[in-house]
Ligand binder design. Structure first.
Ligand SMILES: Nc1nc2c(ncn2[C@@H]2O[C@H](COP(=O)(O)OP(=O)(O)OP(=O)(O)O)[C@@H](O)[C@H]2O)c(=O)[nH]1
Ligand SMILES: [Mg+2]
Length: 231
């Protein structure tokens, strides 16, 4: 990595957030996000069918994406708890909908099982898909799905399938690029443009794309701020 590489990346991140004319990421918004996520967070339920979901009484934000994209790591990072969501080197670790409640009945983050896990059996893929689709379709309290995309891979066929499913279910979703610590600034710039173009042609996709690294803490305060103004 060239010496000026971290600077180049910092500039891209600054342009995405602080120089953004369409979305406000100023001090007050960031402060609200920090306050929200300084509240206690607890794991409250793991559900593998619609009947065992927690009561539908507070807003929920779901975290979706390919197996191994960094969903559980991102939940740990935004909640500031290292081990609240179980992460793993082995894809396919999260196999149910896991609910994490932030604050006393303020809102919940929902960790989805990852899609595209190569070793999953057909039957388990079908039951995950059915559960996720039903949850999205019938959950009145679901505010938005955050669709995590690995910045090294970009939008794959599996991600496009997920976007099409979300479009059809008419659920609002937003792309979050993960693991930006792993790529060079030029590649990051390229992938941002591509992902934004893709979002623009997908009716239910939110136009703002987040850039994150759970390892380096990049973009985390901005994501907290966005969640705080959403719920
Ligand atoms: N370098 C880097 N590695 C990351 C980052 N986020 C997650 N990882 C690593 O990626 C792997 C998968 O992370 P998880 O958070 O378990 O992924 P997941 O999407 O929850 O995976 P499933 O539950 O299997 O669907 C782990 O080895 C993490 O340490 C990141 O921002 N940067
Ligand atoms: Mg996981």
């Amino acid at each position: 990595m060239a010496n000026n590489e971290p600077n180049e990346q910092a500039k891209i991140i600054e342009t995405n957030y602080l120089k953004n004319l369409d979305f406000d990421f100023s001090g007050e918004v960031i402060r609200k996000g920090k306050i929200l996520f300084s509240k206690p967070v607890k794991f409250i339920a793991a559900s593998n069918n619609m009947k065992s979901l927690p009561e539908e009484n507070i807003p929920e934000v779901a975290i979706a994406g390919r197996s191994n994209v960094g969903k559980s790591s991102l939940i740990n990072s935004i909640t500031g708890r290292k081990f609240i969501a179980r992460t793993s080197q082995n894809p396919g670790r999260t196999q149910q909908l896991n609910f994490f409640e932030v604050g006393e009945k303020i809102f919940r983050l929902v960790d989805f099982p990852g899609f595209g896990y190569a070793k999953a059996s057909k039957a388990s893929i079908q039951s995950w898909n059915r559960l996720i689709k039903s949850y999205i379709k019938y959950r009145f309290t679901l505010k938005r799905v955050l669709l995590l995309i690995d910045s090294r891979r970009g939008i794959t066929i599996l991600d496009k399938d997920a976007m099409n499913t979300f479009n059809k279910l008419a659920v609002s979703y937003q792309v979050i690029l993960t693991k930006v610590d792993k790529i060079k600034a030029k590649e990051l710039q390229f992938i941002i443009e591509k992902v934004k173009d893709e979002c623009n042609v997908n009716p239910a996709a939110h136009p703002f794309v987040h850039l994150t690294s759970s390892v380096k803490g990049i973009g985390i305060d901005f994501l907290r701020a966005d969640i705080a103004r959403l719920i």
